[in-house]
Design a protein around this ligand. Structure first.
Ligand code: NAD
Ligand code: MG
Length: 390
């Protein structure tokens, strides 16, 4: 039996992972499940999967979790340290599906014990890609991409030499506002931004898809994970979300990965890698679909994309600044304190604030330094927000 843990088990990726695990319960020995405020979901899944331990991120919910697990034999724990301790529990395969920079420290800990890390938490690659990859290397651990585009690229590279890759194209659905004119975008409401045309995901990534901050993060994720230069990475708007990514080789061949928009494909590929096993995802009927569309993203309506290339050009720990400022701007949008386009303006301002701070940005990439920069960038995002709203 394979020992597995799921971080962010109560979220969209976590639940899709559990759906796959449940179909083959004898194959897995579940070690840890973690969640946030949804104690009922966390406890029910931990009991059903006979996990050793369930951890909520919130210390003040420990009593609730204990109560929900009474008599089940599943241990309860809470808080940041408990998450790290759970990640240190021996496991063969660990799903990293916490949302935001909070996923970085548990992911690092899982790598330190040599586990295979199935990485949905793109934020950790954006914040500290080099640190994560280096930690994996030092501990003989392996990181497998779970973001659909990166899983697609990874699959396109099987048996290929990365040096023969000319370009990597990741697709973007265009999110909720693909066809909205610029002047309408700032009026976009939270409810409108929280509804995705093709994918059913957590609220934060859904809004990031509407603003294309999600795609901006994925461009950086591509750069960090595959080691290709920023000029080799392209984004193509593809409303149907069926072609997830394309790898272009130096002989001109373009290998596309197609599949239904269902995260269980990328999760399942990472779960069974290097094998391919049957997965319960819809099969595409291309004749019925008839036509697939592609267009170039509009930089004026989606300024987040340009910011990603700026972050990569600056290098150092600018990714941690970018992610933290974006997370904070998103908090403010969700709290209705700023408009939709203000998110990109705030992030751009924070990037400018840190541009010349070489002692911070170009310091050694450690977990402590990344966390320090993360906090400072969040503070600067608040300053930029106050300036905008008066
Ligand atoms: P979600 O909001 O549905 O779930 C997030 C999970 O993280 C929950 O279990 C929540 O309890 C937990 N969590 C939230 N804040 C936390 C904190 N501070 N500390 C510890 N745990 C915390 O999100 P999701 O859509 O499942 O996305 C999870 C990750 O996967 C994100 O990094 C996202 O970008 C990435 N991802 C998601 C999808 C998708 O289809 N949902 C696709 C690609 C990548
Ligand atoms: Mg994606």
């Amino acid at each position: 039996m394979r020992k597995i843990s799921i971080f962010g088990a109560t979220g969209s990726i976590g639940q899709n992972t559990i759906d796959l695990i449940r179909r083959d319960p004898d194959a897995y020995d579940v070690v840890a499940l973690t969640g946030g405020a949804n104690i009922a979901r966390l406890a029910a899944d931990a009991i059903a999967l006979k996990a050793d331990i369930a951890v909520t991120a919130y210390e003040n919910r420990l009593a609730d979790l204990r109560a929900a697990l009474t008599g089940s034999g599943v241990k309860a724990a809470a808080g940041q340290n408990a998450l790290i301790e759970a990640a240190a529990r021996p496991a063969d395969w660990v799903m990293s599906a916490i949302v935001g920079a909070a996923g970085l420290a548990p992911g690092m800990e899982a790598l330190k014990q040599g586990a295979t890390l199935a990485l949905a938490n793109k934020e950790s690659l954006v914040c500290a890609g080099a640190l994560l990859l280096d930690t994996a290397k030092r501990h003989g651990a392996c990181i497998l991409p779970v973001d659909s585009e990166h899983s697609a690229v990874f699959q396109g590279l099987v048996g290929e030499d990365i040096d023969s890759v000319e370009r990597i194209i990741i697709t973007a659905s265009g999110g909720a506002f693909r066809d909205w004119p610029l002047d309408r975008l700032n009026e976009a409401t939270l409810a409108q931004a929280s509804s995705h045309p093709n994918w059913d995901m957590g609220q934060r990534i859904t809004i990031d898809s509407a603003s294309m901050f999600n795609k901006a993060m994925e461009v950086i994720e591509t750069h960090e994970y595959f080691g290709v230069s920023p000029s080799q990475i392209e984004v193509l708007v593809h409303p149907e979300s069926m072609v997830h990514a394309l790898v272009g080789f130096r002989d001109g061949a373009l290998m596309a990965h197609l599949g239904a928009p269902d995260m269980r494909h990328a999760i399942g590929y990472a779960l069974h890698w290097p094998e391919r096993r049957h997965l319960p995802v819809a099969r595409l009927d291309l004749a019925k679909i008839g036509q697939l569309n592609f267009q170039t993203p509009d930089p004026a309506r989606f300024p987040a994309l340009g910011l990603a290339y700026h972050v990569m050009a600056r290098g150092g720990m600018m990714g941690a600044v970018f992610n933290a400022a974006k997370e904070r701007a998103l908090d403010h949008f969700i709290a209705s304190r700023i408009g939709f386009l203000d998110m990109a303006t705030i992030v751009e301002q924070v990037l400018e604030d840190f541009e010349g701070s070489s002692s911070l940005i170009d310091a050694a990439m450690t977990l402590d330094n990344v966390s320090k920069i993360d906090q400072l960038a969040r503070q600067q995002a608040d300053v930029a927000m106050t300036k905008r709203t008066g």
